[in-house]
Design a protein around this ligand. Structure first.
Ligand code: ADP
Ligand code: MG
Length: 286
């Protein structure tokens, strides 16, 4: 049978907006040695804003934004909304044929009968299109049309208000902090520095994130590894970690179902509060 104290612990967590799906996860939270965060939507607001458009091969900024906005019309990725906001007009669905959204890469679509790419270095590399490597702090969306490079769009995101505090509180508990992202090296490095995070890994596909979790679990020698994500293409990572934590307000249904712990508000600092509640509960139970 489950000791009564656990019900108290789960109740006390839930009053703080933290849903713990079982007493075993409260126990596991007391043994956390590493907390791994997804970047976009977890540590950052995921509210991207276009900050610059850089042209190439005689194309105009307007043409780059137009083709990118058309390619991104049906995407739910946060970068898609920022491009559509910057374009500022509705798209005409009759011009759009066949859209492929490639996870961790971007979009390949047929617009006006032409093949348009809007995505990162990996996407352009895969499609053999020469493009500059951009040493910028933001997320870069390269745009190409019928194999000709048009230029790139720089999109910036901002840290959540409590992101730095979230990392500080965990470090104060001697817990290792790690950030995983599909984003580029420069965006990752800039955020990692502001956060003071212990380790970060970039340009990762969802399956790479799973591998990193497995490696960190091996390295942690019995200490538990928690992963915190919003579930936009990281549900498999939430499932694999010792403790999968989903952000409830922004997160996807799949992530909330898979997760062991759900944070009802999108505040990364709730992770350290969850650990505090779990430790207090263990003292009562034992
Ligand atoms: P994160 O790991 O930061 O949550 P994602 O895994 O969602 O990021 O995406 C990784 C990268 O893939 C993005 O930074 C972006 O470069 C590219 N990408 C993904 N979806 C799109 C899209 N719809 N349009 C353009 N680029 C995209
Ligand atoms: Mg993500």
């Amino acid at each position: 049978s489950i000791p009564l104290g656990y019900f108290g612990g789960i109740g006390s967590a839930s009053r703080k907006g933290i849903l713990v799906k079982g007493s075993n996860f409260l126990d596991a939270l007391t043994q956390v040695k590493t907390v791994v965060f997804d970047k976009t939507g977890t540590l950052t607001k995921g509210e991207f804003i276009v900050s610059e458009v850089v042209t190439s091969n005689g194309f105009t900024k307007e043409e780059i934004l137009e083709y990118a906005a058309y390619a991104e019309t049906n995407s739910n990725h946060p970068v898609a909304k920022s491009i559509s906001d910057a374009f500022g007009k509705d798209t005409d669905s009759k011009r759009i044929k066949q859209v492929d959204e490639i996870s961790g890469h971007g979009i390949k679509a047929v617009i006006d009968g032409k093949t348009v790419l809007a995505g990162n270095d990996k996407l352009l590399h895969k499609e053999n299109i020469e493009h500059p490597v951009c040493n910028v702090e933001g997320t870069v969306v390269h745009v190409a049309i019928d194999k000709v490079y048009m230029g790139y769009i720089i999109i910036s995101d901002t840290l959540k208000d409590d992101a730095i505090e979230a990392i500080e509180k965990l470090k104060a508990k001697n817990i290792q902090t790690v950030m995983l992202t599909g984003d580029n090296q420069f965006a990752a490095a800039a955020f990692a520095k502001k956060l003071g995070i212990d380790k970060y890994f970039y340009e990762l596909l969802p399956e790479d994130k799973v591998k990193h979790i497995e490696t960190l679990m091996e390295e942690s020698k019995g200490g538990k590894v928690a992963f915190v994500g919003d579930g936009i293409n990281d549900a498999p990572v939430i499932a694999r970690a010792d403790i999968g934590i989903a952000m409830g307000a922004l997160g996807s249904d799949a992530a909330i179902e898979t997760a062991d712990v759900v944070l009802m508000t999108d505040s990364p600092s709730k992770v350290s509060i969850a650990i505090d509640v779990a430790k207090r509960t263990r003292k009562i139970v034992w």
